[in-house]
Design a binder for this molecule. Structure first.
Ligand code: NDP
Ligand SMILES: O=C1O[C@H](COP(=O)(O)O)[C@@H](O)[C@H](O)[C@H]1O
Length: 508
């Protein structure tokens, strides 16, 4: 890894504390950072280098996945950290910053490679990019890169406008748009697994009946009403994370694909997605909002009673949609995507349901016939399960699921931000969102945004602590399917003791 100056806008913010510093610390422990690097943290608050380092150390103690109690180790890590006051709107602050960075580069004898990380609100992206360009911070003889957080625009128009402005200061290959779902280790494994010939052969409409992509959360809007009430599940999760999961799963990457091939194939998926017409959105999209209920044994209030949310808000906290990819591999296979807040369980999961369940013998109970499933558990647990159905000769040849399981121990799993910061530092764009994907994603969701805006899609209230509105189950039932979820012991009412099985949560 090349010696670099990591320039962090928003160094006093929440994301920096909870994700960025712990990620850097864990990379440092794993010896994945260069032996010499500089970090310059920026914010409006007046801080000395020492107090900044103390704040970072405190963040590590709270949020690092590995204990940060070894003071000598912490000191070694923190000696690279410096702090400068910078007001994003003040041009002279960028000139001062350039001087400070040049001085650090000289002190440490490092090349002028600069990674600008914007951990600030999106309203600042454009001003910062211009400040970098105009001050000369970006005119370096080394490389420069820009890492930006979501949201990338509010709709197609604003995303295009933002991209045009960023492009004045940075070329596309220098822009790393973070979608933290792409940093999740299981999502990164998907890229490789789908190239594996054993799975590659099954990855088509010949064998696959439907695909279900779920990202359920138990949390509500928390303290983010100001942001979330203008955004909803469609912009917060669906347009970015969920469509990225879809692309990663369906892109049919050839063996040994490089980052360019990954981007090319993902773009092809987005171009093959059957567009929705605004008037037809309600036939394929379910919009929901949580009402009061009980989540994990605790009573919780409804969305409209949350602090900062209007009592008449029509914002979506849940969305489920049926998508179709019109290409050679996927024609005829429905993809069901759902994501929601205040759901029964926290889980991000992809379930692939195969065609033609095992036929039961005439004496056996045919109700129990269940299709074969391949399940990718993305978070909070990591794992892959292949559930194959077979008959149990000792029980009159009745259906008996057999599971082939792989599960990763959580302690060993790097956080998404570790993977992504490491890749950006290396200049590997594979797991970042390319502009083409972002633009096509906004383009695809645009009719849904309009249909929501014009209330062409009913807003279904659902009880907190459930799997969302019943209409989401009905969406799959129309096609003869159910949502699958991991059966917890208490939910296994129909399953024999000792058996593990994915079951459906249909109200039909
Ligand atoms: N927090 C999270 O979990 C996630 C956040 N994000 C995104 O990351 C970004 C940052 O979020 P978050 O850390 O939560 O935000 P915070 O509000 O916690 O922090 C904002 C940071 O921006 C700085 N800042 C604000 N205004 C100015 C200004 N005019 N000049 C200089 N610095 C300024 C603040 O520094 P100071 O107050 O010292 O000026 C602070 O360091 C946002 O785009 C958000 O959408 C994305 C995913 C998750
Ligand atoms: O980007 C976001 O993601 C989180 C969910 O992330 P996960 O890694 O916990 O699945 C979500 O809570 C948040 O609203 C959204 O902005």
């Amino acid at each position: 890894m090349e010696p670099t100056t990591f320039v962090l806008f928003g160094a006093t913010g929440d994301l920096a504390k909870r994700k960025i510093y712990p990620a850097l610390y864990n990379l440092f422990i794993d010896q994945k950072l260069p032996p010499t690097f500089a970090l310059v943290g920026l914010g409006r608050r007046e801080l000395t280098d020492e107090s900044f380092q103390a704040n970072v150390e405190q963040a590590l103690r709270h949020f690092s996945r590995r204990e940060a109690t070894n003071s000598a180790l912490n000191k070694d890590f923190l000696r690279s950290f410096r702090y400068s006051v910078l007001d994003i709107g003040r041009k002279e602050d960028y000139v001062k910053l350039l001087k400070r960075i040049e001085q650090r580069e000289k002190e440490l004898c490092i090349s002028p490679n600069r990674l600008f990380y914007l951990s600030v609100g999106p309203e600042f992206f454009e001003t910062i990019a211009a400040g970098i360009e105009e001050s000369g911070l970006g005119s370096t003889s080394g490389w420069k890169r820009l890492v930006i957080e979501k949201p990338f625009g509010h709709d197609l128009h604003s995303a295009r406008s933002l991209n045009r402005k960023l492009s004045k200061a940075f070329a596309e290959h220098e822009i790393f748009r973070i979608d933290h779902y792409l940093g999740k280790p299981m999502v990164q494994k998907l890229e490789i697994l789908q190239q594996n010939p054993a799975l590659h052969a099954l990855w088509t409409n010949h064998y696959i009946a439907n695909v279900q992509i779920t990202a359920n959360e138990t949390v509500g809007v928390e303290e983010r009403a100001g942001y979330y009430d203008h955004v909803g599940a469609i912009r917060d999760m669906f347009q970015n994370h969920m469509l990225q999961l879809l692309m990663m799963l369906t892109s049919h990457l050839p063996n040994n694909s490089n980052s360019e091939m990954v981007r090319f194939k993902k773009k092809m998926v987005m171009e093959s997605l059957e567009p929705l017409q605004k008037k037809e959105v309600s036939a394929s999209v379910i919009r929901g909002q949580y009402n009061a209920g009980t989540v994990q044994g605790k009573p919780v209030i409804g969305y409209r009673s949350e602090s900062g949310v209007s009592s008449t808000s029509m914002n979506d906290t849940f969305i489920a949609a049926r998508l179709k990819i019109d290409n050679f591999f996927w024609r005829g296979v429905p993809f069901y995507i759902r994501t929601g807040k205040r759901m029964k369980e926290k889980s991000t999961r992809i379930v692939i349901e195969f065609k033609e369940p095992l036929k039961m013998s005439s004496q056996a109970n045919d109700d129990k016939k269940v299709p074969n499933l391949l399940v990718f558990e993305i978070s909070p647990n990591e794992g892959i399960t292949l559930q194959l159905n077979t008959r149990d000769p000792q029980h009159k040849g009745e259906f008996k699921p057999l599971q082939i399981d792989f599960h990763e121990s959580r302690d060993d799993v790097p956080e998404a931000y570790e993977n992504l910061i490491y890749d950006a530092w290396h200049g590997d764009p594979t797991f970042f969102a390319h502009w083409d994907e972002v633009e096509l994603s906004w383009q695809w969701v645009e009719p849904i945004l309009e249909a929501f805006e014009e209330n062409l899609v009913p807003l279904h209230l659902y009880e907190a602590g459930t799997y969302g509105p019943a209409e989401s189950d009905a969406l799959l039932a129309e096609d003869g399917y159910h949502w699958w979820f991991d059966a917890k012991p208490e939910q296994k009412n129909e399953i024999k003791e000792g058996e593990e099985q994915y079951v459906c949560n249909s109200t039909y």
